[in-house]
Design a binder for this molecule. Structure first.
Ligand code: AMP
Length: 447
């Protein structure tokens, strides 16, 4: 069974049959929890997922980032666990997420929408003791990253025999990060009679095989166009020599207000960019996998709460992280894969907000820029930025001019002019890749 639901947002509710949480048989405590969260209308992925998941069906869900998929699985799993608990059955839900930050975020929602069910967070980078104690208290919901979960299985501080509902979130990302052995181990240890809800932005071949092996007659829920950035996010590109990226970043940040999330290619570059921003007097923090878990948490919380206006991060922050009101994403370096581009842009324009994503592309990043343009099916507007600050202005074909950031070589500028005029070859002709045929991202755990 396939349910294809056109992408729209809660505010665009269909006038004939406005979607409503009343359409689902939810308990009074869950209705109260949804009201407290100010969720009035289900998002399309929630509208399509909650009913089959409540009915106990396996679900494969494909939805753009920021579409509300956390509640799409938390609401039905909480309702089903409460039903089991009222019948005296021992039942647990296990939710796996690829990064600690995403797991923590989901854990927060299991508490807000959990209607009193106990949940435990099992992630790496923190001491085992409190986690073991939390697991001993027999939580109904366990939210985990794969590596630490397997460590607990090895230590026999956790068993999987009571798991009745298994959720795999950002499954494609998990495979990208090299978690296949851990997934095989975990899924092999789950009881065969269980419900599985699998969410993924793309469906690479390896994931299709895994779904065929582990899911039973799944309902497929696809919301809107897959693996494309949210249409509410304006996107543009600055063609710059790599030596001019930091001055350009500093002048853009000085010229604009609001929260900015900056993505750099490596941990080292992330540190360097954050240092330059701090040296220029900006409240900036950095997030990457060489930092301790408490540093990562402090960086994200500080950014969320406004202590830091700017967060500089590797792609560890590209997926799933939900920080309200990120006005701008800046790709200081272009990502290695188009999927990461989509996810980075998805950090702005969350829920119903508008947003703006700007990318810096140096001559050596031309191949990545063209791949992104082919993927999104259009040429990104080229921007130039007046030296020493001032607002960017759009330019369909910018002249070689004083506005070109300092440090551009003449050759690079000529190449960029050609590029600016032509855009990516085939960018307008090719169709964007969609769920089901998106290519496999390169494996990397460097984030
Ligand atoms: P998610 O994709 O689960 O990370 O959700 C993206 C954002 O949408 C988060 O800020 C959620 O709190 C918000 N959200 C999810 N569902 C709803 C809803 N039904 N109504 C309003 N906001 C929602």
């Amino acid at each position: 069974m396939n349910i294809a639901v056109p992408m729209h947002h809660p505010s665009d509710a269909d006038e004939a049959t406005p979607p409503s949480f009343d359409q689902f048989p939810l308990s009074p405590p869950m209705r109260a929890a949804l009201r407290a969260a100010e969720y009035r209308v289900p998002t399309p992925i929630q509208a399509a997922t909650i009913a089959p998941a409540l009915a106990g069906r396996d679900v494969i869900g494909a939805a753009q980032t920021g579409t509300g998929k956390t509640a799409a699985f938390v609401v039905p799993l909480v309702e089903r666990l409460r039903g089991d608990a009222s019948r005296g059955a021992a039942a647990t839900a296990l939710i796996l997420a690829p990064t600690r930050e995403l797991a923590e975020q989901i854990f927060g929602w299991t508490r807000r929408l959990g209607c009193g069910l106990r949940s435990a967070l099992v992630v790496g980078g923190v001491a085992y003791g409190p986690q073991t104690a939390a697991l001993r208290a027999r939580p109904s919901i366990i939210v985990a990253t794969p590596g630490r979960l397997v460590d607990h299985l090895d230590r026999r501080t956790l068993g999987l025999h009571d798991v009745r509902i298994f959720v795999l979130d950002e499954a494609d990302r998990m495979l990208d990060m090299g978690f296949k052995p851990q997934l095989d181990r975990i899924m092999g240890g789950l009881p065969p009679r269980r419900q599985t809800l699998l969410f993924s932005a793309t469906m690479p071949a390896g994931l299709g095989a895994l779904a065929r092996m582990h899911l039973h007659d799944p309902v497929r829920v696809a919301v809107g166009q897959q693996a494309l950035p949210p249409s509410r996010a304006a996107q543009d590109v600055y063609l710059v020599d790599s030596g001019a990226k930091t001055p350009l970043l500093l002048s853009m940040i000085a010229a604009s207000g609001g929260n900015v999330l900056v993505f750099a290619r490596t941990k080292h570059r992330t540190d360097r960019v954050a240092r330059s921003l701090c040296a220029a007097g900006h409240a900036a923090q950095r997030l990457h996998s060489n930092r301790s878990q408490s540093q990562r948490r402090e960086a994200l919380e500080g950014f969320r709460r406004g202590r830091y206006r700017i967060l500089v991060a590797t792609d560890i922050a590209a997926r799933g992280i939900d920080v309200a009101g990120i006005g701008r994403v800046i790709n200081y370096d272009l990502p290695q894969t188009v999927e990461d581009y989509v996810h980075r842009v998805g950090r702005t324009a969350r829920a119903e907000a508008a947003g703006h994503a700007s990318s810096f592309a140096a001559p050596e990043e031309r191949a990545q820029l063209h791949a992104i343009e082919r993927h999104i099916g259009r040429t990104l507007p080229r921007q130039t930025h007046a030296a020493g600050g001032g607002d960017a202005r759009s330019s369909a074909a910018p002249r070689p001019s004083r506005q070109t950031p300092a440090g551009d070589t003449r050759r690079a500028r000529r190449e960029w002019e050609m590029d600016t005029t032509n855009g990516a070859k085939g960018a307008r002709k090719r169709r964007p890749r969609t769920f089901g045929n998106a290519g496999r991202s390169r494996r990397r755990r460097q984030a």
